[in-house]
Design a protein around this ligand. Sequence first.
Ligand SMILES: NC(=O)C1=CN([C@@H]2O[C@H](COP(=O)(O)OP(=O)(O)OC[C@H]3O[C@@H](n4cnc5c(N)ncnc54)[C@H](OP(=O)(O)O)[C@@H]3O)[C@@H](O)[C@H]2O)C=CC1
Ligand SMILES: O=C(O)[C@@H]1CCC=N1
Length: 264
Amino acid sequence: MSQDAVIGIIGGQGWMGRALGMALLERNVVSPERLVISSRSGRGEAYRDWPEVRCVKDNRELVALADVIVLSVRPEDLAGLDIDAHDKLVISLLAMASFQEVASQVGSRRVVRAMPNAAAEIRRAYFPWFGAPQVTGEEKRLVQALLGSCGTARELPNESDLDYLTALSGAGPAYPALLAQSMLEHARSAGLSDEIAQEAVMQTLVGGSLLLEKLGAEPGDMVDRLIAYDGTTAKGLRTMIDEDIGQAIHRGLDAAHRAASSPR
Ligand SMILES: NC(=O)C1=CN([C@@H]2O[C@H](COP(=O)(O)OP(=O)(O)OC[C@H]3O[C@@H](n4cnc5c(N)ncnc54)[C@H](OP(=O)(O)O)[C@@H]3O)[C@@H](O)[C@H]2O)C=CC1
Ligand SMILES: O=C(O)[C@@H]1CCC=N1
């Protein structure tokens, strides 16, 4: 499939659809006249700086215009999509919708399932994908280029890995948000002003994550290195470990994985 393909994003005004659309445009992966987006309202507020982008409300019109169809509606809206994309490459961003379900809904077996995360908005998503055997090598190169505009795209060897990663990386930005919320509540209850508490939590989580990325080592090495001081960090970490924070995280990931793998 040509790199000049027209890309259509169904649900292109939503959180993930808009993040992908903006990344494609801002990174010059797709020129605005090669992008079509749809929403039920047909409005294109997010694309007002790109007047060449076509904004439609009829998904059949989008399918007729585009070579590649990206599905970015919520899972519960999949069944209501009345499209026939039998001659198109379809990329589904939906959680909890299997290859079989997507293929029968859109009438194409040239289906890629891909899993963004909320960090697509800042081009830092981990964006794994799995392509059905009917997807050609040239189409896979195009998929890698399209999804790579939002961060790190990675082809997976099987669909079950995608279901797993839906729970781990797809939902993932919510996990540091939960940690931040808990740290923030604690800092406020210790009497810190809102401004300082917020700044301290944000800078600590962002700085700590960037450091882990730079070191590229096992996260456990950093934990061990700080426990070795036998100081304040060791006291905090040992208490969290004794309270079974690891088990709580594993149980949460198991529950999210079960939800991602079960038929709706
Ligand atoms: N948000 C996240 O962090 C992640 C989301 N996902 C997956 O991405 C998908 C999209 O999620 P997200 O972007 O957050 O959801 P949003 O609700 O933000 O976006 C969905 C969009 O779909 C549009 N829509 C609904 N029905 C139709 C239709 N029939 N035709 C055209 N457009 C339609 C809605 O617009 P309107 O109402 O105007 O029609 C809306 O803008 C989901 O399936 C989710 O599982 C995956 C990983 C992470
Ligand atoms: O919560 C969900 O189902 C989707 C998938 C990962 C993030 N949002």
